[in-house]
Design a protein around this ligand. Sequence first.
Ligand code: ADP
Ligand code: ADP
Ligand code: ZN
Length: 218
Amino acid sequence: MNIILIGPPGAGKGTQSHFLEEKHGMIQLSTGDMLRTAIKHEEPVGLEAQSLMAAGKLVPDDLMVRMIEARIAKPDCARGFILDGFPRTVPQAEALDKMLVAQGKKLDAVIELKVDEAALIARVSGRFACANCGASYHDTYMPTTKPNVCDACGGKEFTRRPDDNAETMKARLEVFRIQTAPILPYYQAKGLLKVVDGMADMHDVTKAIEAVLNQTPA
Ligand code: ADP
Ligand code: ADP
Ligand code: ZN
């Protein structure tokens, strides 16, 4: 199955993608992670994206479309993918439709994670990740089992995203409302949109997503 997870920053897209990867063998395609990797490796794409990301603004559509087009053409996507962070604008959604047709693929469901703004801010402010393996945590909602030791790899260094601060978060929420939310009616009109309550405990959110996937014709 090929699905999209849509929601504002901190809605739980990455967390749920990882659960679905583990349980269902689908592949997470996170454009945010791809951009952060490009920045780390000082690739031209990363250099172009860095200041925009730091300001909470979107990276240009054509760059993002080319990035995802190359990625979904790879053989590992044949067993199903989860788009996390793409599309973020109506032109990206339209470009996605075209590339899927060209590659003989289709979307099975678009899942919106609904979370209220106060919760989003609390989630993003407490988010951190293992510097070695990238495993994601939260100060309160998903702490490491042993303090300062990554559960997944034993790593002891952690990072916080530079854009996960109160001021940039305000800009990102506004960008979501103005530029990304209009893709919800776009998918609603295609009969693909499913809404899941993202305020619930993370495991209950996973169950709600699985219920949606079970009702989706393969
Ligand atoms: P997104 O990818 O949508 O930006 P993440 O999956 O990274 O969001 O989640 C943001 C933060 O909130 C992470 O630190 C994660 O551990 C935490 N989180 C995710 N889902 C929940 C949930 N259902 N309840 C509480 N905290 C959550
Ligand atoms: P979050 O998990 O908090 O929703 P992401 O990791 O998905 O954030 O994205 C981080 C930043 O990367 C965005 O604020 C934006 O600058 C850039 N970005 C990621 N995906 C896209 C996209 N599809 N189009 C434009 N910009 C993007
Ligand atoms: Zn780790």
